[in-house]
Design a protein around this ligand. Sequence first.
Ligand code: NAD
Length: 354
Amino acid sequence: MDPFQYVSHANRVIFGQGKRNLAKEELVNLGIKKAIVLSTPQQVELAYEIGEVIGELCGHIYTDAVQHVPIETVKDAQSIVEKLNIDGLVAVGGGSSIGLAKAIALNTSLPILAIPTTYAGSEMTPVWGITENNIKKTGTNVVVKPKAVIYDPNLTITLPQNFAVTSGMNAIAHCAEGLYAENANPIISLYAEEGVRALSNSLPKIIENPDDMDARSEAQYGTMLGGMVLGSVGMALHHKLCHTLGGTFNLPHAETHTVILPYAIQYNAEHAPKAIKALARALQTTEKDVPGVLFDLAHSLGISMSLKDLGMKESELNQAAELATKNPYYNPRPVNKEGIQELLQLAYQGKRPV
Ligand code: NAD
């Protein structure tokens, strides 16, 4: 067996239908006396529902979180936190709500209780991001990792079908790249393989029957594992490319992950045989067809998925390839501009990898 390092930053996870009703107990466990509930304008109703659940521990409800955590929103919410002597943060929603809580925690060290409603997985990572002057700075600090997480699959019922699939592909991407990470280790690889299995098994069932609560639970379980992988080992080409496409070309987060993943895995396949074997087991397919099966999953709603469909221009592919290869980073297969240009061209056309 190869030598390895494994670091875990423990947090408490409560998992199950209806468990959002335990939010108050979790705040008490954390010693929080006056919390702020943070969410997005689209989830005001849910934010108020959680406000009611935590009762007298609710000091304020703030619902102006938006994608990519603009510094202006952080300052605005943090000024309320300071003015009201808030001593704990309750993030309700996807990566945007949790991202705002993390940014405030970075500045104040306040504890976070996260109640995630998408499959992005941010609740299980110590990674933060803040956007200032159109540039998203990211970093890692254990202080921002939520101290407790409540996964309540009932909260994912309202996810639109297409977002359930793309957000689920985002979670699969965390697992897939974790399998060939530079600091991959056998423990995280177990989580990663099981995460891909759980998500690839549950997503088609959710599409077929949106009320299938077993499938919804399994998808959130896979999400949790994906978040643990993302928070523990380094990512590679796929995440780097998605970061470039999101940051510079303003493409949507989950959809971009969905489009790029099959081609990034195809690009790396021959240089990551152990990871491909694990993916083939999890996806119940042959090693050769792993990129194709990921593509099929991404297209399982029957919606065309390509960089072109996301609004990228063919003329921008060259600049994207240049940006994504400018600074060296770890990837199992060496990254060069021609190779990435070819990958992006395939993703632009959106054809099934062969
Ligand atoms: P999001 O949080 O931006 O949510 C997208 C939209 O869906 C929002 O309008 C939200 O209100 C709505 N929504 C969320 N849950 C819903 C539900 N159950 N029903 C109906 N609508 C719902 O999207 P996301 O993909 O969860 O997060 C993306 C952001 O998170 C990006 O900025 C990304 O960079 C960040 N992220 C960070 C990490 C990390 O570890 N730091 C990990 C993954 C993603």
